[in-house]
Design a protein around this ligand. Sequence first.
Ligand code: NGS
Length: 326
Amino acid sequence: MPKWLPINKLFQIRITTCVASILCLIALIQFFASYGQYNYSHLPREHIYNNLYINVNPHLVVKKSIPECKYEEVLQSTKSLSSWEVPKVSDKFSVKDLMNGSYAPETCNPLFSVAILVTYRNRQSQLDVFLPYIHNFLRKQNIHYKIFLVEQQDNKAWNKGMLYNIGVKYAIAEKFPCLILHDVDLLPLDEGNLYACLKQPRHISASIDKFRYVLTYKSLVGGVLAIRADQYVELNGFSNRFTGWGGEDDDFAARIAAHKLDILRFPPELSRYTMIVHPQEAKNTQRHNIMDENKKGMNKDGYDSVEYATVSVKTHRLFTMIGVKL
Ligand code: NGS
């Protein structure tokens, strides 16, 4: 046996050590880069109940013969799906108890009424997955809810902010005290993710599989957001100036901050979503300029100044469609 290692063997060991060290370094950098975001600050589970915004639509008939609904069981649920378990077709789906996209529990009086606003154009395959999935998910939560699908029915540039402003007018006309603004491509994975407003705005989709369940930045409010209807009006809703992809949600976050409201979140284990994959929309190259202008107060546009050509309202079993031509 030789007393020293042959030179080629030594070289091999050096290369292996080098590669292993580089990989370790990359893993360490990745860990520290995302550490804070995995552990974004959130309401502790035991504080959620006291922060809930209890408010029911006055149009909902309260039945004296049945008790108030309870929410502890939903909030304490640890049942979750993994992304790959999400059914692409909901075969166990029944339309029973659904009308106009709305539902209220029969055996108890709910404490929450929520308008869920989904902005939409030309994403039929996503909608086909979203609607049965979300109804199945929500009907387990003992809440009163209604799904409004706000469809842009023209070929003009996509304007999500305007669609939300218009949809919210209808939700408020129907006296919904809480709004959930919901992307059609996001499906909640955790049963404990109660679809209700908090007293402060609540960013719901904090942990999305596409981003390895990491909150990409602290002021992100895109995806799924819950906000009280009165606060939406107070902020003057979304700017109407953003077309195409990006910026409108960050501008909305700036409005939240300017009104000294907080953005609250549930813990990561209650905030996980899977995203239905789709091609990325074209980015609005002007989005940063518009945000800067809006911040300087040059354009105080929003909910109170939204203008559109026509709106048609149609009811379906699974949703109420607000068709908009801008
Ligand atoms: C930011 C966009 C937001 C968007 C967020 C996440 O960069 O509008 O990414 O987008 N802000 C600007 O472009 C100024 S996501 O990757 O989830 O589609 O919501």
